[in-house]
Ligand binder design. Structure first.
Ligand code: FCB
Length: 507
């Protein structure tokens, strides 16, 4: 079982409820905002895809557990569908079938020696709660707390790793800024900040519940998964670009991490930029809300470990955008681009070296906190079973993450690949595939087939890192930016680095 003090590096795979479970209205489950969104024409999901069946994981528990055992992962990160266990979002309506499903899943994991890592909220808000205003309604904080409390009470004897929210930056921007995701609120200047504010309070509330009611007995950890691309200044010798790159990180990661891991308050860069621009926009107050002193005390230090989702990097420059209409994107005063020389994937370009820098940035900003990479992976359009490009992606990203751990002293404790299997990839429907396992969505049984990357990942897990052959091989940068250096092997001079660490890393 998961033990924070253990020296085991937690190799895992990730998924989320709406993306895999299907059974959208089975056995008393209530609809979520993603059910309603995908059932509404014009929601812009590729191929009008829905998660109605998805990977059918609700009915394919054994198949999922078999894959996890075959992969030899030590952890499985999945999310609980709030409306599957509370169809109306409130704990006055507990759906025992839903609770049973998660109990069976968790028991199956524990019996296989796989630690469950559970996300409480991966974007699929119960529709019944959206109907009362969703995260805009202050009562959501207590409703989320009572849902979380129920989960701790019911599953916490076996679940020792909790995440309250998944990627609140994306939730807030896509759901309430651009309006691309449900609940489709297009309010780019105010919406994301308003919702982010509520999420931070809800997170803190749930953290304290765990801390006060459950921690002593259950001895788990609780955090939230935050997402960011690494931000590389376009011209490192131009201070404005360096500042802009840092600002991009503050607006993405720092937005939630600074209050939670630092001082209960937003990063200075956000307060200054949104505040100044609001003033220039002749607004009476900043569009970024503020916390009271009491709230700050309540919010600070409400995470035990740092959970990071990361997929790519951006090259960043300062820019002075238009003032109106107000927008979270423009408030950052940056331009962001990918280098066309980075290998392309279906969604982002791969820039593995950014991961090492991002991990170091987190250590600099938030101190020497244990870090778990809770998502990292590659979306491909038509991957073959022999998906060598995915193997390359994971190998190079894991390599960089382990460099941060072994060479830079970042306290990295785990790595979780996104994803266990192909699934409903939000607006991309089923057109973009992230799975170590292929899923045949044309077959009602949704058979799963291991890709070559699944076997490769098992090898990494079995070796507890990337195998170190005798000879040092330097692959000349493979068109990636410096400081990408790919060392396949270890040499005598570096062997001292191979002390008793948690993992064997390439050096
Ligand atoms: C992340 C999401 C996850 C998945 C990956 C590809 O932003 O958290 O659900 O879709 O992207």
């Amino acid at each position: 079982m998961f033990d924070l003090t253990s020296l085991d590096f937690l190799w895992g795979v990730s998924s989320s409820a709406y993306q895999i479970e299907g059974a959208w209205n089975a056995d008393g489950k209530g609809p979520s905002i993603w059910d309603n969104f995908t059932h509404t024409p014009g929601s812009n999901v590729k191929g009008n895809a829905t998660g109605d069946i998805a990977c059918d994981s609700y009915n394919q528990l054994d198949a999922d557990l078999n894959m996890l055992r075959a992969l030899k992962v030590k952890a499985y990160r999945f999310s609980i569908s709030w409306s599957r266990i509370f169809p109306t979002g409130r704990n006055s309506s507990i759906n025992r079938h839903g609770v049973d499903y998660y109990n069976r899943l968790i028991n199956g994991l524990v019996a296989s020696n796989i630690s469950p890592m559970v996300t409480l909220f991966h974007w699929d808000l119960p529709q019944a709660l959206q109907d009362i205003g969703g995260w805009e309604n202050p009562s959501l904080i207590e409703l989320f707390n009572s849902y979380a409390d129920f989960c701790f009470q019911t599953f916490g004897d076996r679940v020792k790793f909790w995440m309250t929210f998944n990627e609140p930056t994306n939730q807030a921007w896509l759901g309430y800024g651009s309006g691309d995701f449900p609940p489709k609120v297009k309010d780019p200047g105010w919406g994301p900040y308003r919702i982010g504010h509520a999420i931070i309070k809800a997170h803190a509330r749930v953290y304290h519940t765990y801390d006060e009611k459950y921690r002593r007995e259950q001895k788990g950890v609780i955090s939230l998964s935050l997402s960011a691309h690494w931000a590389e200044p376009k011209s490192p010798e131009i201070p404005r670009d360096v500042e802009a790159a840092d600002r991009m990180l503050q607006f993405s990661l720092g937005w939630f991490a600074h209050p939670i891991f630092r001082n209960g308050d937003y990063p200075d860069a956000m307060k200054w930029k949104v505040g100044n621009r609001s003033e220039l926009q002749h607004l009476a107050t900043s569009r970024l809300p503020s916390f009271t002193e009491e709230e700050k005390r309540y919010i600070r230090a409400t995470a035990d470990v740092f959970c990071l989702n990361t997929y790519s990097s951006r090259i960043v420059q300062h820019k002075t955008p238009r003032l109106n209409p107000p927008s979270y994107e423009d408030d950052q005063e940056t331009t962001k681009e990918e280098d066309p020389s980075w290998p392309s994937t279906a969604i982002n370009r791969a820039a593995p070296w950014g991961t090492r820098r991002l991990l170091n940035w987190i250590k600099e900003e938030y101190g020497d906190i244990p870090i778990y990479i809770t998502e990292n992976g590659v979306g491909l359009t038509n991957p073959k079973v022999e998906d060598t490009d995915r193997i390359f992606y994971h190998k190079t990203y894991i390599n960089e993450a382990l460099k941060a751990y072994r060479l830079d002293g970042v306290d990295l404790r785990g790595y979780s690949a996104w994803s266990l299997m192909d699934n409903f990839e939000w607006l991309n429907g089923y057109t973009v595939k992230f799975g170590l396992y292929h899923v045949d969505f044309n077959n009602t049984n949704r058979p799963r087939t291991a890709r070559a990357s699944a076997r490769y990942y098992t090898e990494v897990i079995t070796n507890n890192g990337i195998h170190l052959p005798r000879q040092l091989v330097e692959v000349p940068a493979l068109h990636l930016l410096p400081p990408f250096i790919f060392f396949e092997g270890g040499v005598e001079a570096l062997s001292s680095l191979r002390t008793l660490g948690r993992v064997s890393a390439v050096s």
